[in-house]
Design a binder for this molecule. Sequence first.
Ligand SMILES: [Zn+2]
Length: 534
Amino acid sequence: MPGQALYRKYRPRTFSEVVGQEHVTRTLQNALAAGRVVHAYLFSGPRGTGKTSTARILAKAVNCLAEEGEKPCNDCSICRSVDEGRLLDLIEIDAASHTGVDDIRDLREKIHFAPSEARYKFYIIDEAHMLSTSAFNALLKTLEEPPAHAYFVLATTAPHKIPATILSRCQRFDFRPIPMKKIVGRLEWIAEQEGVEVEREALELIARQATGSMRDADSLLDQVASSSDKKITLLQVQNILGTTSSQAVADLVASLAAREVSRGLHLINETIADGADPKQFGQEIIEYLRGVLLIKVAGQNPPDVTPESAQDMALRAKQFSLPGLLTTIRLFSQATLDKAAFPPHLPLELAFVEATLPETEKTPKADKTRAKSRPGPRHAKERRETASPPPAEAKVDKRLPSRETKDPQALERIENLWEGLLTQIKKRNMHVEALLKSCQPVAVEEDVVVLGFYYPFHKGRIEEPRCKGLVEEVLSQAVGQPYHIECVLLADRERRRESPKKGNLQAVKEDPLIKAALEMGGEITEVKSPPPEP
Ligand SMILES: [Zn+2]
């Protein structure tokens, strides 16, 4: 589809062609029929929802020369010159451009001159909220006493930035994001006009990406059509837009619901390796979970999903507890905000792991009251007792890693510093901070602080030189002398103390934490022998 941009080529030319804004167009048509068109309108709404197009249609309609029938007729000389962009009496001002102020001054000087060709002068002020105070003042004087031969439409994406004095002079219409189904319908029609064959699923994906903006949808279709020659498939669109197949999203949510950690992490890695954008993937997961939530709490199918997807979502709605679902949505929302993460899909992995933790083991990450409830060693003991009661009384004490510390006061000092240290680290890298929440200082041995982790995944990340370096730097600063860190898996360490010789698979499987992880779908891939005792 070479040549003219699709969104220009297929700009709506009649009220009925404006997609998804019937509440506006119907009212305007009624006003036209009754001869009650007012002199100033405010069209507000997101970009690409048809504000300027509707204003142009209105400009044609008030000036249309047709004796009878629907206006605009799109056939008389006035309608045609508007469509061709050469009607002198239609003046479009882009308030966002640097000429905005001059244009308004010009408007004030010339508005009292009669129109040159049409019956009425028609002003469209785009991005009206960008006008300067002096321009608004100038405009206000005009709006207070508009000449009978002039109409105004102020279009804006930010109506709250328009002074109340101006607002009170205008009749306001709110344009809404266009529903996905309507965008698909319009895209289908455009594709037909262009003689391009597009899979329905491909159009749906484009429509979803456009998030309510017809202009964005048209541009995306343009982009996709120009980079493929024959039939446009869903796969092509996914590749071009860097989006994920809806199957990958559905599979991921299924493993979230079933708490299949290793499958979920594998899915994330596979999807990203296939070229999906992590942020995009995260957003699609949120969108899907939102559908599940809607089914769970309101018992209604989300709009814009296929019947198959709705069925799938209903299954998940039964698997998730409501608090669990809410937490999961929050965790993934947070994950998509982290722009500087390295590797980029790490936030998704963290969100996944955290979302699949049993309720009692979740680190209260999204919680503002975190400072009070961050799990210290005592919490950790409680948490683990809840998760899996220790088999024998004698083992309980041994399981408290902090008791092993040679210098208990040193550990206490670090524990007291810990919260502040996390705050410092968060300023440098919020990601490392998030990782650190899944561990706790368990021992201090000379200049080494031992950090205990519950999951190898978290431990592995902190051990990466970049993360480790940062933690050591901030730790040393906080304590006032150089410190190093050593990361241990709590299970390993405990085993080391309990029975140093036991490193076999059976012993590992018997560990309550490993058991829990296995039940959650984890796999044991390697059992390393514990380091020799000093
Ligand atoms: Zn006409």
